[in-house]
Ligand binder design. Structure first.
Ligand code: SF4
Length: 368
């Protein structure tokens, strides 16, 4: 940035009311013409919109689409979701990550059945009282499903508006969230609130990309402060993001003579309620593995190292050392059970351990 360049917030302050109205008109016309045809846009069903919005948080649309279709096939109504077991819900969610979202959805579905006749309420404030529904989600559902004039400000919208208005507060800051929310509140058009919010999200998803925004395809190019000041690569201002930390773990697949594998349901926050093999902290060497397992009441023999694996979460990376071993004990330790293939298929099983499960299947080590 040159020393002479005017800091963009000065420009934003001098923008007229007309500027906001022009942005709205151009965005709505563009959205009408260019929006991607997505299943929930065809339906307007509040339940479909809710499912799509929850799945789309932190996940790309192309990735979530098959999950969305499978989820609605299994749970076509709020009632069906409320009636399902948590294992069934988590099984369909496995691979999407951020599993708390699925748990909250089911808690909310039960509340909707008990208190709202199985329907989503149309009020922004009431929506916000439900588990897992915060400012963004309530704004998205209220505006898209019920055309209530509330902002729905996610990361895409923050980036688009920060550039268009030239806001220079850091991307993650409360200041920027507030500035963007206030601007959307000012300009959001009555009767077209859902389309306007979706137009902003869509522009962020397909044109105003984080790196190298496609300004030549942008309907608001001539109204964009970042473009005018040649600051599209600088705004929004990013502070450095920490790289996910590495965590070494040892995964042991312990088999019994009936073709089962020893597993437990997790209680930890990460992957809570999903099933795991026996896990130990750190990379445990083969020579001491039997002793480490005996310490937690799991006697084994015939230990074999069967490779390594990796699973990336948003905030950490599991680097896994994988073993198989044969159970020699009499009493299965508390919390653990031996699962056969038939059991495994009905359990919430996280994608973190999919490679190991596939290996067990390939080797024919589990029985039906
Ligand atoms: S002109 Fe470029 S930077 Fe500005 S909103 Fe459009 S795509 Fe984003």
């Amino acid at each position: 940035m040159s020393a002479q360049k005017k800091w963009p917030d000065d420009s934003a302050k001098s923008l007229s009311v007309d500027h906001g109205q022009n942005v709205v008109a151009k965005l709505l016309a563009w959205y009408q013409r260019e929006q991607r045809l997505l299943p929930w846009r065809l339906s307007k069903d509040p339940y479909h919109i809710w499912v799509s919005e929850v799945m789309a948080q932190q996940t790309r649309i192309e990735t979530m689409l098959p999950y969305y279709q499978r989820f609605l096939e299994a749970f076509p109504t709020v009632q069906a979701l409320a009636d399902a077991s948590l294992d069934q819900v988590l099984t369909l969610w496995a691979g999407l990550g951020y599993y708390r979202r699925a748990e909250n959805m089911q808690r909310t579905a039960k509340i909707l059945v008990e208190q709202y006749d199985g329907n989503l309420p149309d009020s922004y404030e009431t929506l916000k009282t439900l588990p897992g529904i915060g400012d963004y989600m309530a704004g998205a559902i209220a505006s898209i499903a019920f055309d209530r004039a509330h902002p729905a400000v996610d990361g895409n919208v923050r980036r688009v508006v920060a550039r268009m208005l030239g806001f220079s507060a850091p991307f993650q800051s409360l200041v920027l969230r507030k500035q963007v929310t206030e601007w959307v509140k000012e300009v959001i058009p009555a009767g077209k609130a859902g389309d306007f919010n979706q137009a902003l999200m869509e522009l962020g998803a397909v044109v105003c990309l984080p790196v190298k925004p496609a300004c030549l395809k942008c309907p608001t190019e001539e109204l964009c402060i970042a473009k005018k000041l040649q600051m599209t690569e600088i705004l929004p201002v990013r502070s450095g993001r920490a790289r996910p930390a590495d965590e070494n773990i040892t995964v042991v697949m312990i088999l019994d003579h009936q073709g089962g594998v020893l597993m437990r349901k997790r209680r930890e926050n990460l992957l809570k309620d999903f099933w795991e093999f026996v896990l130990l902290d750190g990379h445990v060497e083969t020579a001491v593995l039997a002793d480490r397992l005996a310490e937690i009441g799991i006697p084994v023999k015939d230990i074999a190292h069967v490779g390594t694996g990796k699973h990336v979460f948003s905030h950490k990376i599991w680097r896994m050392m994988n073993y198989k071993a044969v159970w020699t004990g009499q009493r299965v330790p508390t919390d653990y059970v031996f699962n056969t293939i038939a059991n495994l298929n009905n359990l919430a099983f996280p994608s973190a351990f999919r490679e190991q499960a596939e290996w067990l299947h390939r080797e024919g080590l589990l029985k039906d």
